[in-house]
Write a protein that binds this ligand. Structure first.
Ligand SMILES: Cc1cc2nc3c(=O)[nH]c(=O)nc-3n(C[C@H](O)[C@H](O)[C@H](O)COP(=O)(O)O)c2cc1C
Length: 356
């Protein structure tokens, strides 16, 4: 099938006018951004990881007040830790001690803020009746998959290897988000301990998935202009998912500091780190992140302990600890400050010209 036709088939199935999905970005996907992308003909998204059921419902209500377009709601699948509790404590202590050099001494034993309950979040996501629910870092439990089937909600599953993609296809996923290692934010690898080893670039991942899956592949990671869209579709993708390219748009509402950190950021200067949350993620470089790569630095604590330690340290008069995480994909330098709808429309216009 011709790349353009494959993409149009995907659009028809999911009610889109162009094959571009806004990436769900926990903490950085306000309804305004999703509305702008959906009104331009793409798919909007909510990253619901940190949201209570009430907030999930409220997000969908605000989206629907301004758009009848398509949207996905996304969540991270919790991981059963196989780490021995004693080994975990040793790592939490070491990371807590290391964090003291940044002027804040987190109490390593203090529990963090309670996190929203995953089952309740899934219930609210189903009730919101989006076009699709999407999962990252694993598969939805079978009750949630059954709930999607009943309501006619599609399931998009993020995968970073063919084994993960095949497991999702087997479990009933409707499309696979192929996440290349270029991607900004967290790496979706199911087994978090394997995240560093699992570093396939999108140019290899997309044809590999397209050749081995029955269901469509959505390409994600480093796609930030029409050239990237055309390349991904030519390699076998049916659509693309874009995060970093939209972060500097006014609708994304990120801080001035974060937007400035993305401006002109070279691909080779972005870094992957576990120092913010304990899970591997790609961000703009800082001296805080560099400190964690020193030969004598400990490993960051596992997720979510590292996130808890960093959050507490930030509250305690930090010195040299980054004020916020500036997630960045490798194509950050291509991100513009144009309106999100314009960015998406231009990407598709330029891609069509290249594919013609
Ligand atoms: C700020 C930020 C937050 C993200 N949060 C999530 C998330 O909550 N869930 C998810 O599935 N992916 C998340 N991602 C990853 C995206 O889904 C996608 O894989 C990535 O943005 C694609 O690479 P790009 O940033 O180069 O476009 C996030 C990405 C960024 C940049």
């Amino acid at each position: 099938v011709q790349p353009h036709h494959r993409a149009l088939g995907f659009c028809e199935r999911f009610g889109l006018r162009l094959p571009i999905l806004q990436a769900p970005m926990a903490g950085s996907s306000p309804p305004e951004l999703a509305i702008a992308v959906a009104q331009a003909g793409g798919m909007g998204a909510s990253g619901a990881l940190q949201d209570t059921p009430e907030r999930i419902a409220e997000w969908a209500r605000r989206f629907r007040a301004s758009s009848d377009g398509a949207f996905q709601i996304n969540i991270w699948i919790p991981e059963d830790s196989e780490l021995d509790p004693r080994a975990r404590r040793v790592r939490v202590r070491a990371a807590g001690r290391f964090l003291r050099q940044f002027g804040a001494a987190p109490d390593v034993d203090e529990p963090g803020e309670p996190r929203p309950n995953f089952e309740d979040q899934c219930g609210a996501m189903l009730a919101a009746q989006p076009t699709a629910l999407s999962s990252i870092t694993g598969l939805f439990p079978s009750e949630v998959i059954a709930g999607m089937r009943e309501r006619g909600i599609a399931w998009f599953c993020c995968a970073t290897s063919l084994a993960e993609a095949l497991a999702a296809q087997e479990a009933g996923a409707d499309a696979i988000v192929a996440q290349g290692m270029e991607a900004g934010g967290h790496r979706g690898t199911f087994d978090q301990d394997q995240a560093e080893r699992n570093d396939v670039g999108l140019f290899s991942l997309v044809p590999w998935f397209a050749d081995h899956l029955r269901i469509p592949t959505i390409a994600a990671g480093g796609i930030a202009d029409g050239r990237g869209v055309a390349a991904a579709l030519s390699l076998g993708a049916s659509a693309v998912q874009v995060g970093t390219a939209l972060l500097r748009s006014p609708e994304a509402g990120i801080t001035r500091e974060w937007s400035d950190a993305l401006a002109g950021l070279a691909p080779e200067d972005t870094v992957t780190t576990r120092a913010y949350t304990g899970r591997l993620a790609r961000a703009a470089p800082t001296s805080y992140l560099a400190a964690w790569t020193a030969p004598d630095a400990p490993r960051p604590a596992p997720f979510p302990d590292q996130l808890r330690l960093v959050t507490r340290s930030r509250k305690g008069n930090p010195r040299g600890l980054d004020e916020a995480n500036h997630w960045a994909g490798q194509s950050a330098a291509l991100a513009t400050t144009d309106r999100a709808g314009e960015i998406v429309a231009r990407m598709w216009r330029d891609a069509k010209a290249l594919l013609a």
